[in-house]
Ligand binder design. Structure first.
Ligand code: 5GP
Ligand code: ZN
Length: 116
């Protein structure tokens, strides 16, 4: 689904209707700080166009999925973090709460593996 969703929080952030602490924008993606950070750096990178999850985005617009990883790396540089983790949650069972594809960029502290 790539039509803007009126009831979608991240579509509203992309449209500027809901404020966000934006740290970077590209032609395809927007990066802003997570409101409830799980690490010193916790940034969400979202496609400007609505797709419900990473697989939907990969199917329909793989160039934007690639751009999101480039943006994550740019933000990590800006934040001066050495190593970082990128996460996509897919489905409520995996903890997805916003059904607009988004990459979590986490860093700035030692990250254990596997995650708890
Ligand atoms: P999910 O759980 O879907 O993988 O990730 C959604 C993320 O969005 C969560 O980490 C949550 O803290 C974040 N979030 C929820 N509401 C807002 C908001 O209004 N603004 C920002 N910046 N982040 C939000
Ligand atoms: Zn959306």
């Amino acid at each position: 689904m790539s039509v803007p969703q009126e009831d979608c929080l991240f579509c509203r952030i992309v449209a500027g209707e809901v404020p966000a602490d934006v740290v970077h924008r590209s032609e395809r993606s927007l990066a802003f700080r997570d409101i409830d950070p799980k690490a010193p750096t916790h940034v969400l990178v979202v496609p400007l166009v609505h797709h419900c999850n990473a697989a939907d985005l990969a199917d329909n617009d793989p160039a934007t999925l690639a751009d999101m990883f480039v943006v994550a790396d740019i933000v990590a540089d800006q934040e001066q973090i050495i190593g970082y983790r990128t996460v996509f949650n897919t489905g409520a069972e995996a903890g997805q709460t916003v059904f607009h594809a988004h990459l979590h960029l986490l860093g700035g502290r030692s990250l254990t593996w596997p995650p708890g």
